[in-house]
Design a protein around this ligand. Structure first.
Ligand SMILES: C[C@@](O)(CCO)CC(=O)[O-]
Length: 322
């Protein structure tokens, strides 16, 4: 007899521009890293509801802390299916490092939702998928823009504005995006809370920064479409200065970004929630890419990924509109 399996997958995500300002309805440009995947597999069981993953292994009922959002998501889906006491085992395997600004929590929510819908043979619209992913993302920082789930569930780059993902993002760039893990956990929740507090205390000044980040997203969109790699790089660097001023960078990130700039990067910034996690650097060619990776590793970077920018154009052309 064939054993029933519910399978869900998702990708890592990298924010090119628009972290934090997306929470305040400014546009963002976000790409999936389709080579860095997360998979959730649900199978039938006779012994309750069991989770096996890097974050938590054990009965679902006992999951706490960093698995609380996913626990709430699973319970919400089971409730909607009238299957609250269904027995199953879910195995989550991930190549996305946790808490590094690469969308690990949203990717988990997306793959878990897809896996459960597949297991119970239910159709899943994109709209419903994103609404459910928000259930767990809200537990993490209260006011998710939704762009992490929109991107980790996609295979094409996204122009994200006011909760709406658009795949109409023409890309005409050569060179490489180098992604480097500082090795320090990012802190999306505290970073979002810092910006929220700043917005409450200094609304006018903080809104100026948000507007500027929004303008940089529009400018980057234009530069991406018209092969202006240098302009994209300048925008990355300007965005980093604003993110630093907002208090979401860190000494280590600032140092690594400085090193990348000194070694051929056309523009370098943190990516994701910040306070740790990853940085992105724009390399115009393979020699610069290899050099950047070497110098960043010499400075203690723990892991690097390279996204060829020309591939983003192909992904855009095969864009999904489900
Ligand atoms: C910091 C933030 O802008 C991106 C986190 O990857 C939060 C969000 O958009 O939900």
């Amino acid at each position: 007899m064939k054993i029933k399996k519910g399978i869900g997958t998702s990708n890592a995500k990298i924010i090119l521009i628009g972290e934090h300002s997306a929470v305040y309805n400014q546009p963002a440009i976000v790409i999936p890293l389709t080579a860095v995947k997360l998979t959730a597999v649900t199978t039938a069981s006779t012994t309750g509801q069991y989770i096996e993953s890097n974050y938590y292994t054990g009965p679902l009922s006992r999951a706490v802390k960093n698995f609380a959002g996913i626990k709430k998501l699973i319970q919400t889906i089971l409730q909607q299916f009238n299957q609250s006491s269904a027995n199953f085992k879910m195995t989550i395997t991930s190549a996305i490092p946790a808490e590094r600004g690469m969308g690990s929590s949203a990717a988990t929510a997306v793959a878990v939702t897809r896996s459960l819908f597949d297991f119970f043979d239910r159709p899943l619209s994109r709209h419903r998928l994103l609404a459910l992913a928000a259930v767990s993302e809200k537990v993490i920082h209260g006011s998710p823009s939704g762009m992490d789930a929109a991107t980790t569930s996609s295979s094409a780059p996204i122009w994200f504005v006011k909760g709406q993902a658009s795949y109409n993002l023409p890309i005409n760039l050569k060179g490489n995006l180098v992604i480097a893990d500082s090795g320090i956990r990012g802190q999306t929740g505290p970073a979002v809370a810092t910006v929220r507090a700043r917005m409450a205390d200094f609304p006018q000044e903080t809104n100026v920064f948000m507007d500027r980040l929004g303008q940089l997203a529009y400018s980057t969109r234009q530069a991406i479409a018209s092969a202006q790699l240098t302009k994209v790089g300048q925008n990355f660097t300007t965005a980093q200065l604003i993110l630093q001023t907002l208090g979401v960078s860190s000494e280590l990130l600032d140092h690594l970004i400085f090193v990348a700039q000194r070694n051929g990067s056309l523009g370098t910034k943190l990516t994701g929630g910040g306070r740790g996690g990853c940085l992105i650097a724009l390399a115009p060619d393979q020699t610069t890419t290899d050099h950047l990776i070497q110098v960043l590793k010499n400075e203690g970077v723990t892991q690097t990924w390279v996204q060829p920018l020309a591939h983003l154009n192909q992904a855009h052309q095969q864009e999904e509109r489900s």
